[in-house]
Design a protein around this ligand. Sequence first.
Ligand code: NAP
Ligand code: F7E
Length: 322
Amino acid sequence: MKKAFITGINGQDGSYLTEHLISMGYEVGGLVRRSSVAENQTYRINHLEKDIKTFYGDLIDKSSIDKALRAFKPDYIFNLAAQSHVRLSFDMPAFTAQVNSFGALNVFESVKEICPEARVYQASSSEMFGSSVDPDNFQRETTAMHPVSPYGCSKLYAYSIARNYRKSYGLFISNGILFNHESPRRGKNFVTAKVVQGALDIKYGRTDKLEMGNLESFRDWGHSSDYTKAMIKLLNHSEPEDIVISTGKAHSVKELCKVVFNYLGLEYKDHVVINKKYFRPEELPYLQGDSKKGRELLSWEPEYTFKTLLIDMINEFEKEYL
Ligand code: NAP
Ligand code: F7E
């Protein structure tokens, strides 16, 4: 039985990844932070509790990673833990770098010292491309990276040091450069979940308005369940690689609002109001990923489309209103 260890196991991706790994016969362990309100923290993995082994720890505290790796002895490590909110990374740039950059470095150092044979997945992000787009309007593995947020910069450091440790020390570290992916388990302050919840609040008479930021940016949105399957395929590939995972289709935030509100029989223009507080100091205007390399190398295809992703979120969120 292969052993997989996940940092960020109680996050959106960590929970889907755990389900996939268990269904494939892996033994799964993971790192969970100490939280003041423990009751709220593990809701995404409570249903998996009896099948997984969790360790208290924090990426900022290398000794906690060391202890967990020594005890669990993983074959695979998925480094998903991060301060993952781009807008908030402008409010907390140093903390974001501590966790996302130096936290990743801590993981790679621990792997080098304790389990150098383990295969490591680093959760890299399309946010690393920033303002850079190829002339055909896609971003791919070869596209220059010019991040436009503290989050993007922090992830670029982790991506780069992963490649450096691969070459310098022969570690098996792969970067999954994932474009936006969502699900019913998405944090409610990311735009898809915010719009779905806001539209449902309006449909069920709890409010009449939804305050939003920039509606003009474009994102390439996929489903976390599909994308976490690609993570497993990437670590089972014979060589460490850096690959893009995306749907290849860009939609604007405005279009997102339109689709969700229309599905619920509402007109978004009657309810959405702009509040500058949700704008970023610098916006990433356009993301559209070319995942040809990953699809061919890993025989991976997404099952969800933009529309079916949103319907999945609406249906799951709506259960709380019925
Ligand atoms: P998420 O739901 O925000 O989960 C992040 C996880 O990291 C949570 O379990 C969180 O624990 C944990 N964490 C945060 N700081 C930590 C620390 N200092 N030490 C240990 N654990 C810590 O994010 P996600 O959507 O699942 O994304 C997973 C990874 O992929 C992240 O690295 C993210 O940056 C990256 N990524 C995401 C996307 C996307 O669109 N979802 C795209 C590209 C890359 P708490 O619950 O205690 O906060
Ligand atoms: O914003 C716009 C906002 O916060 C998407 C993370 O998973 O994907 C995610 O980062 C867009 C932006 O995701 C609101 O300005 C408008 O243009 O859902 P988001 P993100 O910043 O793209 C990348 C790939 C990651 O790696 C990250 O971890 O929507 N937008 N109005 C808004 N966004 C939010 N959050 N709230 C608004 O009210």
